[in-house]
Design a protein around this ligand. Structure first.
Ligand code: AMP
Ligand code: MG
Length: 518
């Protein structure tokens, strides 16, 4: 029997509706509503993360037990579980959207593991909650595979994010209009169990401010500091200031980390922003293949590109401004909030240059490096160069004899390679000259670069292959991707998993861009 040590602080310390009623409704004055998962027809465990199981003190036997399957498919509760959905709002694509909430996420409770760490367990796709509005509370297998894989891939890349314990097929069908073109069809349903120290979002604070519920807002802030930021002394006069500053800092860190690997979240609405600076809500995300600052995987955002690769830092700041506006009524002084935002700007700048220096193998950043780096990014964009491939190849460049041929495989088009070769050669000469200014060796630089520039990224076309095969009951590709994702900086990864995006994938749905349908 699986026995978790539960400590349900969110429901014990914040007001909620314990009735368990499932129907859609507004929940003013409350932070959560109790709701049971809706049972599914024929649950089947499709995949799990042994690393996350370890965090929760679960053995492989536990994971393969009937209890586990029943509990994590939402068909029964383990002793001590208290399922609930939380209330939040958000700014979506720049506009206030009102109450949103966990429409298809149901938390099972907060577990304290043997090391004393807190992890909340949350089922995504477990049925309707009071926050489902007109939707069904379910998730399809394809989007659940993407969430499961990416949660773990981000972790192994060293990027903060929510984790995923397991992926369970429900045996029920779910109706989705994948292309938003009026052709809805049934797809297999699935549930992912997400795991994080906290699923609190900017939107949890925004909804209370929007309702003028200032006492509750204060209560939620104090609760969040006490549970999720224990290093902050809440009694100290600048406790709130430190808290907001820390949110700004971890958010800056997060977007710089996304840029490091070319990750685009795709839907950076304030309801998808974690108070701990975790990557949260894996929807139409992706990695830029050919380097393109304006690229977004989200087809819904193709016109405005609000959430494209290069917009992520300014959008993160805009989201922090919305959070600051929500916090303002209960903050002792507005300068605390302004100071936090200024800290975001400063942190972003310093983390960006540190990150770029590391990517290029520079031991320290000099002002002139801005031009060196900007000019290669501009060239990479014009010549359609694969970002991931480029940085791994750049690590192999010899300072004494830089050869363009080393970079050739990073180009998608041989014509563009030929047409830009003189420009790239000129840039490589500049780069080699820059390298002579530091005490270094080719080998040392190469191993430093390979520790920050991944060899393996979870390209959308690869995930789509895992999805296509999983739809036929074959989980082998998903398992291969999980294994590669565990060692993303290793040189030795099966060749087919590190290949640049093939031409057939450019326009195939799911292989480059995606809709929000999930
Ligand atoms: P997302 O775009 O996935 O971040 O979701 C935005 C909001 O819509 C959140 O409040 C979700 O809980 C809700 N939502 C998305 N899909 C569903 C669904 N199938 N059923 C219920 N709520 C959903
Ligand atoms: Mg969301």
């Amino acid at each position: 029997m699986i026995q978790f040590n539960f400590d349900h602080r969110f429901v014990n310390e914040l007001p909620g509706d314990a009735s368990g009623a499932q129907h859609s409704r507004a929940t003013p004055g409350l932070c959560w509503a109790a709701v049971n998962p809706t049972p599914v027809k024929q649950p089947a465990l499709q995949a799990y993360s042994i690393e996350v199981a370890d965090l929760l003190d679960l053995s492989r036997d536990n994971i393969h037990s009937a209890d586990f399957l029943a509990a994590f498919s939402g068909n029964c509760l383990l002793p001590g579980m208290t399922p609930y959905a939380t209330c939040y709002g958000g700014h979506q694509f720049g506009h206030w959207a009102g109450q949103l909430g966990d429409g298809r996420a149901i938390s099972l409770g907060e577990v304290i593991n043997q090391r004393g760490e807190r992890y909340e367990l949350q089922l995504k796709g477990a049925g309707m909650t009071p926050y489902s509005r007109r939707a069904d509370g379910r998730a399809v297998l394809r989007s659940s595979i993407r969430e499961f894989l990416c949660s773990e891939a981000m972790h192994h890349l060293g990027i903060p994010g929510t984790r995923a314990l397991c992926l369970i097929a429900t045996g029920d069908n779910v109706m989705r209009d994948m292309f938003y073109d009026g052709n809805a069809k049934f797809e297999p349903g699935a549930i992912v169990c997400r795991v994080a120290p906290s699923f609190t979002r900017f939107g949890h604070f925004e909804i209370l401010a929007s309702r003028g519920e200032h006492d509750l807002l204060k209560k939620l802030i104090n609760f969040t500091i006490s549970r999720d930021f224990p290093q902050i002394d809440i009694q100290s006069p600048d406790g709130y200031a430190q808290w907001f500053k820390q949110i700004c800092e971890s958010t800056a860190h997060l977007v710089v980390e996304w840029l490091r690997v070319g990750f685009v979240h795709g839907v950076m609405n304030t309801d998808n922003m974690s108070i701990l600076g975790l990557t949260i809500d894996y929807g139409p995300y992706g990695w830029t293949d050919n380097f393109d600052p304006g690229w977004t995987p989200n087809t819904t955002d193709h016109e405005w590109r609000r959430y494209c690769l290069a917009q992520q830092p300014p959008v993160a700041r805009w989201n922090l401004e919305k959070l600051a506006e929500a916090l303002a009524p209960v903050f002792p002084s507005q300068t605390m909030l302004a100071a936090g935002l200024a800290h975001f700007d400063a942190t972003l700048q310093s983390k960006l240059t540190t990150m770029l220096a590391a990517k290029f193998g520079l031991l320290a950043w000099r002002d002139e490096d801005t031009d060196l780096v900007e000019s290669i990014f501009e060239l990479m964009q014009r010549a359609e160069v694969d970002m991931t491939e480029f940085f791994r190849a750049l690590a192999d460049i010899k300072q004494a004899a830089p050869e363009l041929a080393v970079l050739e495989n990073a180009f998608y088009s041989s014509t563009l390679y030929r047409n830009h070769s003189a420009l790239f050669e000129a840039w490589l000469a500049r780069y080699a000259a820059r390298l002579t200014l530091q005490q270094d060796t080719d080998d040392a630089r190469s191993s430093r670069m390979n520790a920050v520039n991944p060899r393996f990224i979870l390209r959308n076309y690869l995930s789509q292959q895992a999805i296509d095969t999983a739809m036929n009951g074959d989980m082998s590709m998903l398992e291969r991707l999980m294994e590669a994702a565990r060692h993303p900086y290793d040189e030795h990864i099966p060749a087919d998993l590190i290949a640049k995006r093939p031409d057939w994938a450019i326009n195939k749905p799911g292989c480059s861009t995606l809709s929000c349908s999930s």
